[in-house]
Design a protein around this ligand. Sequence first.
Ligand code: CP
Length: 292
Amino acid sequence: ERSLLGLKDLSREEIQSILDRALYWENHVLKVNQTFAHKIVTNMFFESSTRTRCSFEVAQRRLGAEVINFSASASSVEKGESIYDTVRTLESMGLDAGVIRLKPVGMLAELAERVKMPLINAGDGNNEHPTQALLDMYTMRKHFGDLSGLNVTIVGDIEHSRVARSNYWALRKFGANVRFCAPESMKATDMDAPYITIEEALQSDVVMMLRVQFERHESNVFSTAAQYRDAYGMTAERVSKLQPHAIVMHPAPVNRNVEIDDDVVECPQARIFDQMSNGVPIRMAVMERALR
Ligand code: CP
């Protein structure tokens, strides 16, 4: 299988091999190589992105591939062309792989059945964001060595989070203890992990904060961002309660002073910018798997 649609259905061995290969690429990341000089890949974003789109492009260029960046807002999608017709159009030009971010859940699996070029999920609705979870696991593995027995608490808007879902599915395959911490209105019902308090979350090895997607909540229990920060935000006071070996993660973009205080984003325990750096070797490994 050369596509990467999600981690729920990917074996532990497959995930392990991507993580291991990323370690190889991390040591070679600064050298542009010509491994895929004859390949052309496309990044198709039907939703906005900074990190995922740019780090896929860096990874693709590091591997020597030619890149076509497709942005829905400057395309015939504006004239009403469907996602399927767009993907088929790019495939028909002979492209070798497509990275895709889109909103409708379930559409990616349907597309993968209908097109021949390998597709890589760069985030589909609230379903999965597999390369984000892979880079998160890679970041944890670099810090702790082993994922087995690791206590990981994911804090915040679980219901709307594809990052939470991909991490949940994948981390459990490696024996990590995944827990959630969220207000009632942000809890999900499709995952079988216990919910704990923020005080308990601070005792975890990894505290992963999620971006609050206020725009997706119709009636919000928190009428202001400040109320959310007081109840769930990673403040300097909460950082002081973490175990000495613990790390704080966030997929970004960060709502500063909501999920994480300004002065905590780059504190010694925070791994947020390391996560972004680790996205490049992870995506090199994923692109290599798609193109080999
Ligand atoms: N973490 C993440 O997916 O960021 P972008 O939306 O900027 O790609």
